[in-house]
Design a protein. Sequence first.
Length: 573
Amino acid sequence: MARPSERIRLGDLLVQQNLLSNEQVQAALAEQKRSGRRLGPILVDHGYVTETGIAQALARQFNADFVDLRNFSPREELLKLLPEAPARRFRAIPLDEDSKGVVRVGFADPTDLHAFDEVTRITRRNIDLAVVTEGQLMPLIDRVYHRTEEISGFARELTAEMAGDQMTEFGVGLSLTPGAEDAPVVKLLRSVFEEAVRMRASDIHIEPQENKLFIRFRIDGTLHVQTEADAKVASAVVLRLKLTSGLDIAEKRLPQDGRFHIRVRGLEVDVRISTMPSQYGESVVMRLLVQNGALLELDRLHMPPHVLARFRHAISQPSGIVLVTGPTGSGKTTTLYAALNQLNSPQNKIITVEDPIEYRLPGLNQVQVHEKIDLTFTRVLRTALRHDPDIILIGEMRDEETAEIAMRAAMTGHLVLSTLHTNDALSTPIRLLDMGVPPYMVALSVKMVLAQRLVRTICTNCAQPYTPEPHEAHWLRYELGDKVGQYTYHVGTGCGHCANTGFLGRQAVYEFLEMTRPLVEAANQGDPNAFIKLGREQMGNATLRRDAVRLVVSGVTTIAEAMRVASQIDDED
């Protein structure tokens, strides 16, 4: 429909459509007068009517469409017509466009004639009014409005500021002069961090090329280009990050590592930064560790019941080592901290030795390793054992000395939790032997090895049934046999919720190996072949590959994603 001709009173409208009584409206109006809140939220809070009911009533009044935004994904080119700021201000969003170029715009308040006129002016298009609920509109705006244009604008502003011969002085001055927070490089980086946190990015990559500076985010394990900028701004961006993290700004020929702490979107974020000299300048990677205070519990890790039961049993023992293995970024530390969250009590003294400390948990004694001052894993571990701990977490077993100290601690009445980079659960004890740990230590101290990988999960908002390709069905037959046709498979088609990737979030797949008496004897004899044979017999089909297939048949992930994870394991093997 075209522009509404007059403003209507919401209470009168709902009474006319028999959705409310006069008494309910009067009670809500009285509260509105006291609180100053809008009438619609008051009616919803009191349970008089639902938000959807109000929106549908308004749509009927204006002879307009009511649009359910839960599975709606506006086109990128339409979003450019109405920038994010006015979209939030006027609670409106472009939905689609007809063959005549008329844009249908969803309004949370179609009675706001000023908002209709302003959106028409900004878009410079004829618009057709539709009605949406605010509860669905604001999360959609959060999802679909990427700050790419804003970030690119700050990058252009920085490029213009750097024009001339004062590039170095400009960069150095960012941290030292008053009003530095208004400098273009600061505004650029602030926007980059805010967008990265909003999009759940785990890493930010800043990569100078010959003519461009690429800024990429790693989201759910996959890199996405966020923006491109002029290569000239790379030096100022890197310089500012070095100043913030306390790195040597004069050293550009050698890699450097550092960290800093920022607050973004109300969240505390620890940033680990690593610089590396490359052909066209210094490349920077930043790992974002969001301290949101929401530590996972073991029940929320989606472990299969038999794995969860055995893992809980292993960490409840008074001594021994429990190892979690997998590649970088496979969620090992999250699993261990979920275990510590369960074990944390006034009766247990827990010491962690980490590089870096990725989670903060009250009640723990957490130590950050610092190699530059010789505060190493081995040095901290030796000291920690003199502090009468019950439980020790070692961030990673990196060398023979660290492993041996951990093994001796486990053999002398301590529970030790740690990680190790190995292909799977079965190869972990063999890896310890290869590191030079005596076989008897491995046999007597290791209680359980939990191996894990992360698979991307299908976005539930755009999941659709899927027919496997011939090669996918062939792969599934190795695990499912003749049951392949008995299941319904799914894939995400892409929507606004998942940035059109079809995936939203990740979930771990697991396998475990318990050190039973036959395995202990084989490990003690130092016979890898006998150990591997017995281990395979014990594990049977409870492998990482089989657990990935479990998520496929339950509709959690796609066949292609399970095949990707399985191929990583096969390649490593």
